[in-house]
Design a protein around this ligand. Structure first.
Ligand SMILES: C[S@@+](CC[C@H](N)C(=O)[O-])C[C@H]1O[C@@H](n2cnc3c(N)ncnc32)[C@H](O)[C@@H]1O
Length: 202
C-alpha cells in the first residue's frame, strides 16, 4: 500500500534513482508499472544493496548499483530521484549534499517540515504534497522540481496544500490535537495552528 501510493506519484521517466533503496521494492514497482526504462539504486549499506540485487536481478543491465552515503554520482543523470522511508532529518541531510537538478520524489516518515525547508533553501519548488495513511501509519509524499518557492510556516509544517481537504491529514491532526490537549507537550501555538488546519479540513 505504501509502495503503491509513492509510485502513483512517479510520472513516466527514462531513468529513476532510488537512494536508500534497501530491498528496492519501490524501484521494482516502478519497473512493473512500466514507469521507467532504467534505474540506479543505492544504499549506504552493502548488505542492503545485496537485497536490492536479488529483487532487481531480472532487470539485468538496466540497473546500476552503488554503495554510497547520499546521492551517488550516477544518479545525477536520473530524471527522478526517490528518497523514501526515512526520517525527515536524514532526507534533509542527503538533500543538503545534493547539487543536481533531477526531479525529486520524497516520502519522509517524520519531520517533513525540515524536508520542505531544505527544498526551499536548495531552490526546489514543491509540486505535490500529500499526507497519506498506510498500515496504520502516516507518511507524507512530496514531489519537487527546480524552481522558486515561498514557504510560510503553515505550509512548512502541514504541507503546501494544507487548505485542501485530505482525510489522512485530518485524521493525523485530530490524533495530534487529542494528544496535545491531553497534556504531553502541549503548546498554545501548536493547538491554535492545528485548529486552523482542521477548520479547512471539514
Ligand atoms: C527504511 S529503508 C527505506 C527503503 C525504501 N526506500 C523504502 O521506502 O521502503 C532506509 C534505507 O536507507 C539507507 N540509508 C540510511 N542512511 C543513508 C544514507 N546516508 N545514504 C544512503 N542510504 C542510507 C538504510 O541503509 C536503509 O536501507
Amino acid at each position: 500500500m505504501r509502495f503503491e501510493k509513492i509510485i502513483s506519484a512517479l510520472g513516466k521517466v527514462d531513468i529513476v534513482a532510488e537512494v536508500g533503496c534497501d530491498h528496492a521494492k519501490l524501484t521494482e514497482l516502478a519497473f512493473v508499472r512500466g514507469l521507467c526504462s532504467r534505474a540506479i539504486v543505492s544504499d549506504i549499506s552493502e548488505k542492503c544493496l545485496e537485497k536490492a540485487r536479488r529483487t532487481l536481478k531480472r532487470y539485468g543491465d538496466l540497473v546500476e548499483y552503488a554503495v554510497c552515503d547520499g546521492v551517488p554520482e550516477p544518479a545525477y543523470k536520473a530524471d527522478c530521484i526517490m528518497i523514501c522511508g526515512m526520517g525527515g532529518h536524514l532526507i534533509r541531510d542527503i538533500l543538503s549534499r545534493y547539487d543536481g537538478d533531477s526531479g525529486l520524489l520524497l516520502s519522509p516518515q517524520s519531520h517533513s517540515e525540515v524536508v520542505r525547508r531544505e527544498l526551499a533553501v536548495k531552490g526546489y519548488r514543491i509540486i505535490r504534497d500529500e499526507c497519506f495513511e498506510a498500515d496504520g501509519k502516516f507518511y507524507d509524499l512530496i514531489t519537487a522540481e527546480r524552481g522558486d518557492m515561498q514557504l510560510d510556516m503553515m505550509s512548512e509544517l502541514y504541507g503546501v496544500h494544507w487548505k485542501e481537504p485530505n482525510a489522512a491529514l485530518r485524521r493525523k491532526l485530530k490524533i495530534r490535537l487529542d494528544n496535545v490537549l491531553g497534556g504531553g507537550d502541549r503548546t498554545a501555538d501548536e493547538t491554535e495552528r492545528i485548529r486552523e488546519v482542521l477548520r479547512w479540513q471539514r
